[in-house]
Design a protein around this ligand. Sequence first.
Ligand SMILES: NC(=O)c1ccc[n+]([C@@H]2O[C@H](COP(=O)([O-])OP(=O)(O)OC[C@H]3O[C@@H](n4cnc5c(N)ncnc54)[C@H](O)[C@@H]3O)[C@@H](O)[C@H]2O)c1
Length: 280
Amino acid sequence: MSEISRVALITGCGKQDGIGAAIARRLAAAGCKLVVTDIEAEGARDRFEPDAGEGAASWRGVTTLVDEICCSGGSATCITGDISNVANVEEMVAQAIAAYGSIDILVNNAGAPFSMAHGNLDDIPIDEFERVMAINICGTFQMARKVAPYLRQQKWGRIVNIASVAGRVGSKLNSAYAASKAGVIALSQTWALELGPYGVTSNAVLPGFIFTNRSLSGMRKKLGGAELDQGAIEKMMPNVPVGRPGRAEDVASMVAFLASEEAGYVNGQSLIVDGGNLRL
Ligand SMILES: NC(=O)c1ccc[n+]([C@@H]2O[C@H](COP(=O)([O-])OP(=O)(O)OC[C@H]3O[C@@H](n4cnc5c(N)ncnc54)[C@H](O)[C@@H]3O)[C@@H](O)[C@H]2O)c1
């Protein structure tokens, strides 16, 4: 694992089994100082989300994540804030700078809850559609806009945006989500052009099916809210060539590479992490 002695701000880290927490653990292990954030300490719970599994009772979201990282010898602090709210974004960036004096790596991982604006083209309430855009596109944009001046000034930086394969190939009953993730890919490419001359790279990571409570929410919604057993989960799993579901750690490894020194010539790319499901 290559050493990354940098300060990283990661959004959407409140869920114990979420991709954000996995990215935080991976970057901390690589040597980063971390600012982990979420809209509320334990993350916004989706209405179809099953109870988190083992260890859930003692999980206090980003607070527990910080304890975990610090107990392993790392350095981390947590902040709560809504990425769709400009004042909150300004406050989160100011607090991160106050804590560590700089931000070198921004990981835009936060995303709207699964069942928000989920449904058929004819049925999605427009206010939910707009809320997904406000979080996934405007929130990502605002975070980058407030962090970019620090990256530009120090002539080094990494922006990694967590998009989705849905942004490349669409996703049934997911108009808002797919459109927003296509927007995140376009933002990543645009910032590669705008920030590249300052030594700042900007890339998108496109996970396929990753086994988190978010994907379980999706399965439960398809079953009308019914409890999931192993059989139901296996039936609904996509047929992945590597023969196993994606793990949050698979996404975290890609983020760690893109955040490293070695990835300085990778810019404006969309890196798919889906076990070979799509071969684009
Ligand atoms: N799990 C998958 O299969 C999968 C696949 C493709 C892409 N993704 C993307 O990966 C990212 C992480 O997903 P996950 O599976 O860990 O599930 P998740 O939905 O639990 O994680 C998203 C996090 O974003 C936070 N968030 C929501 N609204 C916010 C706001 N307004 N401000 C700040 N934070 C907010 C939530 O509280 C949550 O902790 C998301 O962007 C998601 O779209 C996930």
